[in-house]
Design a protein around this ligand. Sequence first.
Ligand code: FNR
Length: 197
Amino acid sequence: MQIDIIDHEPPYRVGVIIGSLSRESINRRLANALTRLAPAELRLEEITYDRLPVYNRDFDADYPPEAIEFKAAVAEADALLFVTPEYNRSIPGALKNAIDWGSRPWGQNVWAHKPTAVIGASIGQIGTAVAQQSLRATLSFLNVRQMSAPEAYIHFTEGLVDAEGNVTVPGTADFLRTFLDEFLVHTMRVLTVVPRP
Ligand code: FNR
């Protein structure tokens, strides 16, 4: 097995999967801010999934076009960034549904080996911490290469991200830059030791 090559040079394509389908989503606002703060080596692009039906295994024999497109977009990404709210101390059902689509049919799990980071914003004080633990357990089962630190639990207050997508609190902007810089390092490490098939 070859273990000493980098898959390709940067920039890396980062598929951004936003856990909220809300038009007013604070997590979408956070994702937009992250796009602006990201280092040049990371190119963040949203992967949408709002047209996916609810998964059940009867679809396995004949995946619908929406699901084929979604899986192709995930497969083409070099890395993945989940930006999710917390719903009732877990992740939103729509996000879990999208993850389930990507994991099947059996043996065709598109998430495996992807360098991945998780972040989320909530209006609550613990900033999606419980949802992220739930998401991490699912991603772990799916053989994803997760960045374990730094963790990023964003308590979203009014005005934290302005209309142009700028983070207005300097300490938070610095933290998010550090998070993204670490994600770049993590992505390069994973792509070095686990080249894509
Ligand atoms: C919430 N919210 C929430 N917040 C939290 O910190 N922990 C939680 O368990 C929940 N649960 C929850 C359930 C449901 C159904 C909704 C609609 C909301 C509040 C949540 O943080 C807030 O609505 C955010 O604005 C949701 O993120 P988006 O959709 O704006 O990105």
